[in-house]
Design a protein around this ligand. Structure first.
Ligand code: FE2
Length: 339
């Protein structure tokens, strides 16, 4: 099975997944969720907009929430480029490759470039934001999971390989890819720029739709604390999946849904992937088998539900019949009992 090849000398330098923009119906309820459960810090707020960051982050925001009276959406996923000049290199590259783009004014960000990737995912690039103090040692101020920093996004797209190829032309590397062995088909790609397994993950589904954003925490106890805070503060039904441990050598996790259904993963820092011979690892999955190292498979809601991107048409994908916790338990698989 042929994977696309990374362009190790990309036309411009994307450094990392850095920020998200969601719309929310009740900013006060969202504020409670993100500050008390996830443990983000409010950098700034107006009556209609909230800018949040992780306790380790010096950037002004890694999550922007804008009030809406309509359906809550993901407006955009954001990446940092290394230098402001990289934005001009990006437009030169997009001119050559036929990607439409525009520069926009975004509060608390340097020059910001908007474009859509081949699946339609709305993306923005910027090099700078106002710098604010790190708060990771101010333990007396921490709440909830005290999420450290934005780590990655997962986006559902109908053609995983086409989108992976686009990002690999921009220098992204595949850490792992999910392959259905019986069909010889790649159904997931984990792509990174910053030297851990993920900046953006694509899974094969109807899309593009936003699945989750991942915030790194310091310890497993912080994940447990988020669950406890959710349980005590009226958000217990927002804990959707986990805690558990992903298969394929990766982290502990828990997934929580905010009051509008936007999904956040809390996870421990990923492994390091930098060396040139640290090549993509195939993660075979089999229909009907739980691929977690431990913990139940994801529930049906995690498999099927996602946040729409604003103003982006959705294309039906080969959604398949993934294993779910409900199906796993109903079929009483022998390894449903861990031992
Ligand atoms: Fe994730």
């Amino acid at each position: 099975m042929e994977l696309p090849k990374t362009n190790f000398f990309p036309p411009f330098n994307i450094t990392r997944a850095s920020h998200l923009v969601f719309t929310a119906r009740d900013i006060a309820a969202s504020r409670d969720f993100y500050t008390e459960v996830i443990g983000l810090i409010v950098t700034d707020e107006t009556a209609d907009t909230l800018w949040l960051r992780g306790v380790e982050e010096r950037c002004h925001h890694s999550l922007t929430l804008k009030r809406t009276d309509g359906q809550p959406m993901c407006e955009r996923i954001g990446f940092r480029v290394f230098m402001d000049e990289d934005l001009d290199k990006a437009t030169a590259h997009f001119d050559k490759t036929g990607i439409r783009y525009r520069f926009v004014e975004v509060p608390h960000q340097g020059r910001t470039l908007h474009f859509n990737d081949p699946a339609g995912t709305p993306v923005e690039l910027c090099a700078t934001m106002p710098v604010v103090p790190r708060m990771h040692t101010k333990k007396h101020l921490h709440r909830g999971a005290a999420a450290l920093r934005m780590d990655h996004y997962q986006v559902l797209v109908p053609d995983v390989m086409a989108n992976a190829r686009f990002y690999m032309d921009l220098g992204f590397r595949i850490s792992d890819y999910i392959v259905v062995e019986s069909a010889g088909k790649v159904v997931g790609t984990f792509l990174h720029r910053k030297g851990n397994p993920w900046d953006i993950v694509f899974l094969t589904r109807t899309g593009p739709r936003f699945h989750h954003g991942g915030y790194v925490v310091e310890s497993f106890n912080d994940i447990v604390r988020a669950c406890d805070m959710a349980g005590n503060l009226g958000f217990k039904n927002r804990l959707e999946h986990g805690p558990g441990r992903h298969g394929h050598q990766h982290s502990y996790y828990a997934y929580l849904r905010d009051p509008d259904g936007h999904r956040t993963e809390l996870l421990l820092p990923g492994i390091q992937i930098i060396d040139i011979d640290d090549e993509p690892v195939a993660c075979p999955v089999q229909p009907g088998v739980n691929s977690n190292l431990w913990g139940l498979p994801a529930p049906k809601s995690w498999v099927e539900e996602a946040t729409s991107f604003a103003h982006v048409p959705v294309v039906a994908g080969p959604d398949g019949v993934p294993m779910t916790a409900e199906r796993f338990l109903a079929e009483k698989k022998p390894d449903a009992v861990m031992g």
